[in-house]
Design a protein around this ligand. Sequence first.
Ligand code: URA
Length: 234
Amino acid sequence: MERLDKFLCDSGLGTRSQVKQILKSGRVTVDGVPEKDNSRKVDPDTQRICVDGETLGGMRRVVLMLNKPAGYVTATADKKEKTVMELLPREMLVLDVRPVGRLDKATEGLLLFTNDGNLLHRLISPRKGVKKIYYARHEGEAQEEDIAAFAQGLTLRDGTVCLPAELTPLGPGESLVTVCEGKYHQVRRMMASRNMTVTYLERRQEGMLTLENLPRGEVRELTETEIEKLEQEG
Ligand code: URA
């Protein structure tokens, strides 16, 4: 935590007396609320500090992992549905994070968020081939021909061609599916193309990241080491 006036001076807004005037005139907000007190303590890492609506530097890069429950859409806003943003604590929302890719409303499991646009694009690019592993419960039973068809690259019912993927049967009506891309409803459509309608879907892994002991509905911040590993993969 540091004094607001010191942070504003360090950000290049002006001298101490100029900053005092700017504060007095009500042009500064902290997390959206006007702030005139120059001795107010702030944390620029977690709080959004704006002058005339413009965010000042100091916002750190963050990557969050959510264990998404069913019933939330992956969107930053929606008129009718609950969104995954509602599951993030307020101090994380002000860091302006966005979901990395998407999970369907009914799909559970690992969903990343970041405020680093470059990292976001690298992670969702199929060319980078970051692996995503899904657990699926489904109708029917995966056979050798299905495994081979996944490995070759499936053609979906609408003619869309998928990159080679891995299908690992775990038992009757239960499989793991590993893909490197994120087309709309991809896993459900891949399974449907082999007559195995998905009844439950959970993303368990992205790159080397797993949910580990993160409870459903909870979010945690990745460590710098985890972010570096992700960057190497993406
Ligand atoms: N594939 C799907 O069909 N749904 C998801 O949510 C993610 C991958």
